[in-house]
Design a protein around this ligand. Structure first.
Ligand code: 13P
Ligand code: SF4
Length: 402
């Protein structure tokens, strides 16, 4: 891939049609420039992080990558910054990247430019001889953190007490911790992604009569209602912060889909107002959203699909066509730049980066690569063997879906 200087972060409007704010202490934190002791992992990057203002960052990244050669393989999720994507050997959604990592058995180091659960999945799917590295350990996922192993074990007890556990098949979104994937494997379930959620649910309903879908209630509801023809009333929401999930045993017995009360803080921000507003602002626009958006947003949109689907839809779109896209802003901005012959705007008027994805920036990547060149392996993500065994069973089930 060619390399260019990092994009400037000024106040100029960009092709995705929004105005980026001037830096503030909070904005700097969101952009991954500082420690975040209140975050779920609460760790800053150890060692000497290069200054973001260092004019040699691009050259340093190039030199370190060249020195490592085939020993390193860099994966870049679609939501990563341009300055990081420039150095990715492959880009993709979380599922594709996990498979890409598994298909690269000769690379000693897999540098995962994404978030923690993705690096865990890559560790599960790669060999013991390979090391998976997350350039900033504070790059977690707020949605994945909404379902802890203890909460999910308690939920299973609630389902058991209601007499329904024997009929429930767990389906866990890729965006979940290794512990939750292991729970899913232990109980005969499968992992899914936003691109295969329909097939995963169809498979699950061949194994049992109910699904426990976690942790994203929106992907679960949208898939059950839009793709499987269920009614919203077939779905109940299990709230881990309430006794018994806030549900009665009768409600659990009647439900087909038991949705975990989790959501993506980025996609959850799009609203029906955003859709109505953009239709007025851009006459003739096609609204294209990710299935992590709320059900009412998905219902009001013209097209719904995973990150890979969104990219393909815009690649195939007619020149001159107009699009409003409801997914993470780094990706929408990149797509707008890549298709100057089409009008591509961000669905919402306010900035909507994924703050944890954005923590991985060029200084963190340079620090990681230079550490490897010097013989230090930083920020290794390791899943313990017992968790890995069960999580792999659930991931393998996904890979075996028809
Ligand atoms: P995909 O990687 O499956 O597109 O999921 C979107 C997302 O939110 C990643 O964190
Ligand atoms: Fe998690 Fe949402 Fe960010 Fe993806 S976009 S990493 S689901 S918070």
């Amino acid at each position: 891939m060619t390399t260019t200087a990092a994009p400037s972060r000024g106040t100029t409007p960009d092709p995705a049609g929004y105005q980026e704010p001037a830096p503030t202490p909070l904005a700097l934190l969101l952009l991954g420039r500082d420690a975040d002791p209140a975050s779920e992992r609460g760790v800053d990057c150890p060692g000497d992080l290069p200054a973001a203002s260092d004019p040699d960052l691009v050259a340093r990244a190039r030199a370190a990558k060249a020195a490592l050669g085939d020993r390193v393989f860099i994966l870049g999720h679609h939501y990563q910054r341009d300055e990081v994507i420039e150095f990715a050997d492959v880009t993709g959604d979380s599922f594709k990247l996990a498979r890409d990592a598994a298909n690269k058995p000769d690379a000693e180091y897999i540098v995962f430019c994404g978030v923690h659960f993705m690096a865990e999945s890559a560790d599960i799917l790669t060999s013991a001889a390979q090391q998976v590295i997350l350039p900033d350990l504070a790059a977690g996922c707020s949605m994945a953190d909404m379902a802890t192993a203890e909460q999910v074990a308690e939920c299973w007890d609630v389902l058991t007490d209601a007499g329904v556990a024997g009929t429930v098949v767990p389906v866990a979104y890729m965006n979940s911790s290794a512990d939750i994937k292991a729970f899913t494997g232990r109980h005969g379930g499968t992992i899914c992604t936003s691109s295969n959620a329909q097939r995963a649910l169809e498979w699950a309903f061949e194994q049992g009569s109910k699904v426990l879908f976690l942790p994203d209630q929106h992907l679960g509801r949208n898939t059950a209602v839009r793709d499987l023809g269920f009614s919203p009333e077939d779905c109940v929401v299990y709230n881990p912060h309430k006794p018994g999930g806030g549900l009665t045993a009768d409600q659990l017995r009647a439900a087909k889909m038991i949705l975990w009360r989790g959501h993506c803080s980025v996609h959850g921000r799009f609203s029906l107002d955003s859709v109505n507003e953009v239709r007025e602002r851009v006459p003739g626009v096609t609204v294209l959203v990710h299935p992590e958006c709320k059900h009412e947003v998905v219902e009001a949109a013209d097209l719904v699909g995973s990150t890979e689907y969104i990219i393909k839809a815009l690649d195939a779109a007619e020149p001159g066509s107009k699009w409003a896209v409801g997914t993470e802003l780094n990706l929408v901005r990149r797509l707008a730049k890549a298709h100057p012959d089409k009008e591509i705007v961000f669905l919402d008027r306010t900035v909507c980066f994924c703050s944890t994805m954005n923590r991985i920036d060029l200084p963190h990547l340079v620090w990681t690569l230079e550490s490897l060149v010097e013989g230090r392996v930083p920020n290794v993500i390791t899943v313990d063997p017992e968790t890995e065994k069960h999580a792999k069973a659930a991931l393998d089930q996904m890979l075996a879906l028809p």
